[in-house]
Ligand binder design. Structure first.
Ligand code: RIB
Ligand code: CA
Length: 316
């Protein structure tokens, strides 16, 4: 099978970096471009981090700067989870690569509208760039072959009890994307947390590999595990959300999923940014009138996911 053409939209923090390293090293993907949006850290740091990751991947993929704020102007960040520089404050050297001049939204619209070949979109961040692209060119939803998102929660959030960070930062953007007709898969927090993620022995193997992408991945995984244990006060599995979503994008057979109705709460004093997944059966489900619109991942085969990640990075 020829590699899939993909575009990745991210807010490069630690787990985005790991996901990018997986995508860029995989023979299954032809990464056409990477678009950046503010999220984990402010946009300038997101772009810098993305260039650092691309450099460590041994590839040269164009990086495009996008939205610096949410549609309604917010600019919430998550340095507590990713470090002040967004890459766990490890101190990776400044990149030599530079970003493209074209705005990410213009790149997204132009590339999807002009491409004669299918292109799959993978998002690991607040959905501001995608919502803006859909506003600029409404026909875009017919030209995006598929969308895999790390977004949302099925039974709750991480940033609030109700909302997952990517949706919480820009609920209006998420609502616009979830209401679009793009064939979409949501990799929410629940299946990621249930898996167990990457094990310490996996990191040991990566540390023995000499490649720059292995070195970067092992440093990020090792340091992030320590940071989270200090932050939470107890050991916790390394389940980087974006890495798991990228695993599902690479091999959808890793996931058990179901088409379900999903809506985004944009009001709600306590629930703004919630992804409301209707798992009720039968006639009750459609009382709200919401048809099943999202392929919702319910579980991930963690053993096969770990194997995919390690085999991809350790492949000569
Ligand atoms: O809630 C986890 C998501 O929010 C991940 O994409 C992480 O990078 C942050 O963007
Ligand atoms: Ca992210």
């Amino acid at each position: 099978m020829p590699p899939h053409n993909v575009i990745i939209d991210c807010d490069t923090g630690v787990d985005d970096a790991l996901a990018l390293l997986l995508a860029l090293r995989s023979p299954e993907f032809n990464v056409l471009g990477i678009t950046n949006v503010a999220g984990n850290v402010p946009l300038n740091k997101v772009v810098r981090n993305t260039l650092v990751v691309v450099e460590h991947s041994g590839k040269n993929v164009p990086v495009y700067q996008g939205a610096s704020h949410a549609l309604t102007g917010g600019a919430e960040t998550a340095e507590y989870a990713h470090g002040s520089d967004g890459l766990a404050d490890i101190g990776f050297p400044e990149p030599k690569l530079v970003k493209q001049e074209e705005h990410a939204v213009d790149y997204l619209v132009r590339t999807f509208m002009e491409s004669a070949e299918p292109i799959d979109l993978i998002t690991l961040a607040p959905l501001t760039n995608i919502a803006l692209a859909l506003l600029v060119e409404p026909r875009l939803e017919e030209h995006i072959h598929s969308l895999v998102m790390m977004a949302g929660g099925i039974s709750g959030g991480n940033t609030t009890p109700a909302a997952e960070f990517n949706v919480w930062v820009d609920p209006e953007a998420a609502d616009a994307v979830f209401r679009s007709h793009i064939p979409m898969t949501m990799v929410a927090l629940d299946p990621i947390r249930q898996g167990g993620g990457i094990y310490p022995e996996d990191v040991d193997r990566l540390e023995k590999c000499g490649a720059s992408w292995c070195w970067m991945a092992s440093r990020l995984l090792r340091v992030q595990r320590t940071r989270w244990e200090e932050y939470l006060g107890h050991p916790t599995p390394a389940s980087p959300p974006d890495l798991a979503a990228m695993g599902v994008a690479l091999d959808p057979t890793l996931a058990e999923a179901q088409m379900l109705p999903v809506v985004v709460e944009t009001g709600g004093k306590h629930t703004r940014g919630m992804t409301l997944v209707d798992r009720r059966e039968g006639r009750m489900r459609f009382r709200s009138g919401q048809e099943p619109n999202v392929n919702t991942v319910l579980s991930i085969d963690n053993a096969r996911y770990r194997k995919l990640v390690l085999d991809t990075w350790l492949e000569d």
